[in-house]
Design a protein around this ligand. Sequence first.
Ligand code: N01
Length: 516
Amino acid sequence: LLYWFLVTERTPSPQEIRKRKDTFVVIVGAGYSGLCAAIRLKKERIRFVLIEKSETLGGTWWDNKYPGCACDIPSHFYSLSFKLNAFWTKMYSSGDEIQDYLEDTADYYGIREHVKFSCKVDTCEFNKETQKWSVKTSTGHEFECNYLISGMGALHVPKFPSLKGMEEFQGEHFHTAQWKDDFDWSGKRVGIIGTGSSSIQAVPKLAERCEELYVFQRTPAWIFPLLNLRYPAIIQKLFQAFPFVMKLHRLYFFFRSEFVFAAFFGKVSLAREIISNLTNQLMSNEVADPKLAEKLIPKYSMFSKRITISNDYLKTFNRPNVHLITEPIQEITHNSILLKNNQDASAKEVELDAIIYATGFDVLQSSTNMDIKNPNNGKSLSTIWGETPNAYMGIMPAGLPNFFMLFGPGTVLGHSSAIFMTECQIDFMMKTITRSIDNNCSSVEVTQEMNEGYQSYVTEGLKKVVYGTSPECKGWYYNESGTNYTLWPASCLHYWWKTSQVNFEDFKTTKACDKE
Ligand code: N01
């Protein structure tokens, strides 16, 4: 692992390059993972095109422009291992700074010229004769490729609640991931629905200028305080002069998160009990009114939902213009939200000029946002998956040859850097693709048995963690039956170990493939 962190990767030999010249890859999505995959393919001298539905790259960091948008994972750990950034200004970066980093990274590796912007992939069909994917886009482009990579991520299709009367509302209304740049909330009565990570970052900023801010909470979030230190110029210079020190700094965050996982994420954990009580106390201290504090503190087990971090969210409720609403929403009218009153049939009305939906993302829809079919039975991926998506290592869904997913099912994290995971996945994928080319295979596919074996392993793992199955709370981790199909059930070190071994011989391969 130290090698992975501290040493740069090898370059391909001229013989390998010659063999790779006929291979072409389509990557869907130019966010962190799609960009990283593109860089790795370029380094391996494999041709590719990146297809991106937005007008620029950045993915989630381009989409999310709500006030206060930031990353709650340390910046040096939320960077690509081969493109560290000595200039991060703070321990936890703003969305803008991450977007700048991604744009700079794309330019540094000359990726932009490979991207088709404002182009959405519609359908992907695998031709068993040619052993190639045919990828059709909304702009009428068609690409034939040997390998198809989905870098679409799990959190990009906004999820709106289905509330009666939503379409009647006449004021401004939009999702946090579709923020309107010209929206000025000064002097307005604003309602924000949802209290997940996005809302917790946006609420303090909105409260500063709103006339009244109404926060509609269904489930309170666990909130940790944040020590967001600035990196002084001297430290930035040190990192520039001695990148090794920066790598060690990054390594520190890795091991810190591994410790956090080991100590707090078990099914039963005394350490979690202690930290929950402490956090409960810290959260109560932030809010002046004890009755209000009680409503803001979760009752479910910590870490069974994504925790959030903030120094100012809870304090915001001490402002006279900020109101917590915990009654369920009954319906939306042309100028208000009506709340259910459990005592009688009358509804309480909250008049509003704007409604912001901080209601998260549709994970299933995000992962299957293009029509991709199993070439043997013609069934789409979403039909095959049903309510429990699954893929071998979270990367290779069974039945789809030469197809790789980044941030596929069971690979998201609640405690550490998603960038670490995506690099593990890309390593695994690159090894599989290059082994496939080296072995003259025209297709490589995971077998049902391999996938089933892997899923049993994941299911066993989920029994050991607090977020495995949670009847206590709902959220995007879980399907309707309460099964967590989104998160990796063990430590990052464990995932690195599993993905570092590619059992190529076990895959189903076609054509003249000389298995070693
Ligand atoms: O969305 P969420 P998010 N009526 O799904 C509520 C990442 N992220 O955009 O809990 C009323 O967490 C819902 O209530 P409940 C991060 O991984 C990272 O905030 O279902 N309320 C919940 O409170 C995060 O986890 C950063 O009861 C309704 C909220 O809406 C993920 O993105 C920053 C409702 C949705 O919360 C998603 O975060 C931001 C209804 N009908 C986001 N429907 C970083 O810093 C839903 N809700 C890296």
